[in-house]
Design a protein around this ligand. Structure first.
Ligand code: ZN
Length: 325
């Protein structure tokens, strides 16, 4: 008998990634397709999992979804999307639709929190249990894992909307529709493209040098706030902006500058403190696998703890108090 079989769904604003497996290097099947209207898009994902289940039952499905999401487990709209600019998707019951169709335990979290869980389990933070995962793509999103548990409360975190001090002489108004010059309004990919007139990956020469410097300054400002509020042991940065050449050394330099020696930990200046994500495009789907694993374990405990399937190797499963928030 082989190990557990989980379904993972990364539902993004532009594409869906569905896979079946148990780890990033144990994926037996995968499909990706553009995000269209809710009903046919979710139906396509469900059909993929149903087909996979023909070969053998799935233990659970984990969903890492674009947001905003209702994640309070006692809330009647748990697992539903809240108001989103994505046409047609506001209020859609993503988790419930999948659970009802497949009849297996389903857990859901944001795509960013999912990626954080994936990087924490198999990627750049696998040796840390208190860390922050940040994606710097079109916008900025962050997930904080504290003691192995993703932080959510009334809502999931919205680190991209931190307030950062404006760099003197920077007259770019900011691109956030809510706050203007918040963190992602100044340092997200959309902001960078608006500031320089073309996407960051098309910048060259002196413009690229200036853009990278400014990006590093703004990223470091937000990282300082994160360091002072969540005390991470590591900060992992993924997303399209994170692969700009030479960005990480600049961010580390600017971070050291803005921390200004307080609290003076050498760890904050070390090369393994602010690091690139390791799982790339698999971070979110890997997070879906972690969520699925937790959902399966939770369901097993709720059913009385009996291991109905030999896949119940609980040793590798995070404690369930770390519920799939
Ligand atoms: Zn904002």
């Amino acid at each position: 008998m082989s190990g557990p079989r989980f379904g993972s769904l990364e539902s993004g604003g532009t594409k869906f990634v569905c896979l079946v497996g148990s780890a990033p290097d144990r994926i037996e099947d995968e499909i990706r397709f553009p995000t269209g209207a809710p009903e046919p898009t979710l139906a396509r994902a469900v059909a993929f999992f149903e087909e996979a289940a023909v070969k053998g039952p799935l233990d659970a499905v984990g969903i890492a979804s674009f947001g905003p999401l209702e994640l309070r487990r006692s809330h009647p709209l748990y697992g539903h999307l809240a108001a989103t600019p994505k046409p047609g998707w506001s209020g859609v019951d993503v988790a419930g639709t999948v659970a009802a169709a497949l009849g297996v335990p389903v857990a859901i979290d944001t795509d960013v929190n999912g990626a954080a869980l994936g990087e924490g389990r198999w990627g750049a933070a696998r040796d840390r249990d208190t860390f922050v995962y940040l994606t710097v793509g079109t916008g900025i999103g962050g997930g904080a894992v504290i003691g192995g548990r993703v932080i959510t409360g009334l809502v999931h975190t919205e680190m991209g909307h931190l307030s950062v001090p404006r760099v003197p002489d920077d007259d770019f108004p900011g691109s956030c529709p809510f706050h203007g010059d918040c963190w992602e309004g100044m340092a997200g990919g959309e902001a960078v493209a608006a500031r320089w007139g073309r996407p960051a990956e098309e910048l060259t020469g002196e413009t690229l040098r200036r853009a990278l410097h400014l990006e590093a300054v703004y990223l470091a400002s937000g990282l300082r706030d994160i360091i002072y509020t969540t005390a991470p042991e590591r900060i992992v940065i993924g997303g399209g902006m994170a692969v700009l050449p030479g960005l990480f050394p600049l961010v580390r330099d600017e971070l050291a500058r803005t921390l200004a020696g307080y609290p003076g930990l050498p760890e904050h200046a070390a090369d393994d403190f602010v690091v690139p994500a390791a799982l790339g495009r698999l971070a979110g789907p890997a997070g879906g696998l972690v969520l699925a694993e937790r959902a399966a374990e939770q369901a097993r405990r709720a059913a009385g703890g009996g291991a109905s399937r030999p896949s119940a190797h609980v040793s590798g499963v995070p404690p369930l108090e770390e519920e799939p928030a």
